[in-house]
Design a protein. Structure first.
Lengths: 226, 170
């Protein structure tokens, strides 16, 4: 089942053609990595795929919804899409659990239910025990896990990650990738932007962008595909 | 790659027979460099000739075992305390290929680089799958990590080639 589908997507900023006709599908249970030099359109691709930005032409479908038919993109995003960024945007004055609850509460979910969901999400990513601690009391790896829990809370099954291993050391970065991989194997669809080949290699497919176009894609060999 | 020193290291833990050495060697390196049993016996007999190991009779099931000698322990100590010579590596075909593609002109260097990049990525994906499936033994993990770091270094160098060539063009 395809979770996000891009068809001949272009995106023009002023006179810069950031994307020049990109088509890409990410299915349930699939981890797709996007690589490419800076300025190749990686972040634009992620923003368009997650409904943070609209394409200049072409179509983007998230779940069953064609983004072009949606007036309120932010509601669609909150319902369908989770984000993990390099700078995690955890709010320092809120505990880990409250950080995970916040987007759900903004979406109208009652506090009690949001907390239950948050604890479930923190358990899924293996940091239930830090639920009531503040971000500054957590290690880099724990903070990243909290950010992933926040992205996954509720029913969202599309996860967009922009350099999620950021400044982490390679062993912790591997842990984060293992976690994203497990979330995928449990049914999420993950679109990952990274410039680190070692993390891209956790993906089922690696798409290489150059000058706003897909230059090539490496898929895991068929005999080893799940 | 030094089979000789790998076997000496295993024998330093106690007498072992040939097949056992092969199994333990592969277990501690994550089966990354499969050994055939012939290589094990050839290496043992050369080391016996050089006085590094000695026949140690047979075990209770009649298998011929080997023990490490004092000279063998010295050699093993020397190996662990000496850095590996980086200059002894063979010529790198990829570097020669890219250099020639750039120097000749008329070759699509970007295509050469991209093809290599995708091949290197598939290798990295395979290694990463092997790592996910691995037992979690630190020795095995570190061997796979070493291969991952090497594949990654190749990718970085290819990035660098592209960046330098792009700068040249503009």
């Amino acid at each position: 089942m395809t979770v996000v589908k891009l068809r001949d997507v272009t995106r023009v900023h002023g006179d810069v053609h950031a994307l020049k006709g990109v088509s890409l599908d990410v299915a349930r249970g699939e981890l797709v990595a996007v690589m490419g030099p800076s300025g190749s359109g990686k972040s634009t691709l992620l923003n368009v795929a997650g409904g943070l930005d609209r394409p200049t032409s072409g179509s983007v479908t998230i779940g069953d919804t064609d983004v072009a038919t949606v007036k309120d993109l932010s509601a669609l995003r909150r319902r369908e899409v989770g984000y993990v960024f390099q700078d995690l945007n955890l709010i320092p004055s809120l505990t880990a659990a409250e950080n995970v609850m916040l987007p759900r509460e903004l979406d109208g979910v009652r506090t009690g239910r949001a907390r239950t969901e948050a604890l479930d999400a923190l358990t899924e990513v293996g940091v239930r025990e830090v639920a009531d601690r503040f971000p500054e009391e957590l290690s880099g790896g724990q903070r990243q896990r909290v950010a992933i829990a926040r992205a996954l809370a509720g029913e969202r099954r599309l996860l967009l990650a922009d350099e999620p291993t950021g400044a982490l050391d390679t062993a912790t970065g591997d842990d984060i990738m293992r976690l994203l991989r497990e979330r995928c194997d449990a049914g999420a669809a993950v679109l990952l932007v990274t410039h680190e080949p070692r993390y891209a290699a956790w993906a089922d497919r690696v798409v290489y962008l150059r000058d706003g176009e897909i230059a090539d894609a490496a898929a895991v060999r068929l005999e080893s595909a799940r | 790659m030094s089979i000789r020193h790998g076997l000496l290291a295993l024998l330093s833990k106690g007498p072992r027979y040939g097949y056992q050495l092969r199994v333990e060697f592969e277990a501690s390196t994550g089966a990354t460099w499969p050994l055939n049993i012939g290589q094990v016996y050839t290496t043992l007999s050369r080391m016996e000739r050089d006085g590094l190991v000695a026949p140690g009779g047979t075990d209770d099931q009649g298998r011929a075992v080997y023990t490490i000698t004092e000279a063998g322990r010295d050699e093993l100590g020397r190996w662990f305390s000496t850095p590996v010579d980086q200059a002894g590596r063979p010529r790198d075909e990829l570097v020669i290929k890219v250099a020639m593609a750039v120097a000749m002109g008329g070759v699509d260097v970007q295509a050469v680089i991209l093809a290599q990049r995708m091949a290197a990525m598939r290798t990295l994906q395979d290694l990463t799958r092997a790592k996910r499936a691995a037992s979690g033994e630190p020795a095995e993990r570190l061997v796979l990590d070493s291969l991952i770091f090497k594949a990654e270094a190749e990718q970085r160098w290819l990035d660098h080639c592209e960046a330098v060539l792009r700068e040249k063009r503009s």
